[in-house]
Design a protein around this ligand. Structure first.
Ligand code: ZN
Length: 431
């Protein structure tokens, strides 16, 4: 059997796929209520369904939400020790790009054999990818790098993941001698607006375990996300003609300001990192009569999350005492939970990923995401889904870039994952 490695032709195809996909505008829209949030995401989904069909996935379809599902049937011969025993494995990436940075008119720029140093972007002289801000740049000397021209994002988040999965499917087709179990592929919409799994039918997908290819650095496996809630503070004041307001007017804007001002300075996203929790007042709007403050609450454990929410309630209580005439309410809503809670229930899915990374001669780096992923939500919907690197750097910015070599390694690690599952199943450790 051929060793799992992309050859020069495979890499060329991987690059061509990636360049093709990033030029399709798939920006999602935070304010849209429809699904998908933007119809244009389907433009890429349609291309992917067609390409999957061309690669032999006869059941490839795009549904009304813009999700693409496809199967690479298992190919183990009847006598194989793992035949009938390998769990169906899902490979997942998202087609949409971040809503806050221009995603239309991407002009990808390819640097072959990167020599080191800062990278100036041709479309905007103010945009320079600096070594000082990108500690991974020196790790990529000699690689093929891809960036935008500095006027748009690149969209490696997550079209790198999409291209890697497509290349894994293409590689399996090219190497029928590579034994693998059933593989399900999913490309989802609206990940960037937190709705990537809203219509994801886990039962119809039918995978036992899955992996998203949506991370960043080579060898990184992410099995932890934040526990996330949102909180809404509503202040109701009392408006009176300001000329005759003495002793009567209660200004909701001042009440809200007092709440924001009292938030401890070491609780904020701009003052925290690593495993530290935060409380983030990200949207304040209103008037004298009524003011709303929206908060994000984030922590790696539910205990820390609830402690921050209690802090918010305490602060609101203090401000209520200062403005007895105002009516202040706090409403907390659950967003998602740390997927580590779920993965701990069946850690095989993670062990396989680590083993696959080691087979590339790399030491796996386990990382916690200061955010959420579709995989976190899927894990709570019953499909355990850790996240594998896709290679992209400086996500969501016009200085986004990616190394083709890291993308190729991500594609290879996905193939190794499939192989490790076969071996474990043959040894009776698959299920
Ligand atoms: Zn992403």
């Amino acid at each position: 059997m051929a060793a799992i490695a992309l050859d020069a032709a495979d890499r060329k195809e991987l690059l061509a796929r990636f360049l093709r996909y990033v030029q399709v505008d798939t920006q999602s829209d935070e304010d849209s209520k429809s699904s998908p949030s933007t119809e244009k995401q389907k433009n890429l989904s349609r291309i992917l369904a067609k390409e999957l069909k061309d690669l032999g996935c006869t059941d490839a379809t795009m549904d009304e939400w813009g999700y693409v599902f496809a199967t690479v049937p298992g190919n183990l011969p009847a006598g194989h020790a793992a035949a009938g025993k390998v769990p169906t494995i899902g490979l997942i990436a998202h087609v949409d790009t971040y809503h806050g940075t221009v995603g239309a008119g991407v002009k990808p720029h390819v640097i072959e054999n990167y020599r080191g140093g800062d990278v100036a972007l041709a479309g905007d002289p103010r945009q320079v990818i600096r070594v000082a801000d990108n500690p991974n740049l020196p790790r990529c000397v000699g690689h093929t790098l891809i960036s935008s021209d500095g006027t748009t994002l690149l969209g490696a988040d997550d079209k790198a993941g999409v291209a890697e999965i497509m290349s894994a499917v293409a590689w399996m087709r090219k190497h029928p001698e590579f034994p693998h179990g059933p593989v399900r592929v999913a490309f989802t919409t609206d990940e960037e607006v937190g709705r990537g799994t809203e219509h994801f039918d886990v039962a119809a997908f039918g995978a036992k375990y899955a992996y998203t290819l949506d991370g960043s650095d080579l060898a990184e496996i992410e099995d932890e996300t934040f526990c996330a809630d949102s909180a809404l503070v509503v202040v109701e004041g009392h408006d009176v003609h300001p000329g005759y307001a003495k002793g009567k007017l209660i200004n909701a804007a001042r009440v809200g300001a007092a709440i924001v001002e009292r938030l401890p300075k070491d609780f904020l996203p701009e003052t925290t990192e690593g495993r530290e929790p935060y409380l983030h007042p990200y949207d304040v709007r209103g008037s004298v009569t009524r003011l709303e403050i929206k908060f994000l609450v984030r922590a790696f454990t539910e205990e820390e999350l609830h402690a921050r929410e209690d802090d918010l309630r305490r602060i609101v209580g203090e401000v209520q005492d200062l403005f007895p005439g105002a009516r202040i309410s706090v409403e907390v809503r659950e967003s998602y939970r740390n997927m580590a809670y779920k993965i701990a229930e069946d850690s095989k899915v993670l062990e396989v990923a680590f083993e696959a990374v080691r087979r590339l001669g790399l030491e796996p780096v386990r990382r916690a995401i200061r955010g959420g992923t579709d995989g976190a939500r899927l894990s709570f919907m019953g499909l355990l889904t850790p996240n594998i690197w896709a290679g992209g750097q400086s996500f969501h910015s016009v200085q986004e870039w990616v190394s083709l070599e890291w993308m190729a390694k991500a594609c290879e690690v996905a193939l190794h994952v499939l192989q490790v599952w076969v071996e474990r199943s043959a040894a009776g450790r698959g299920k």
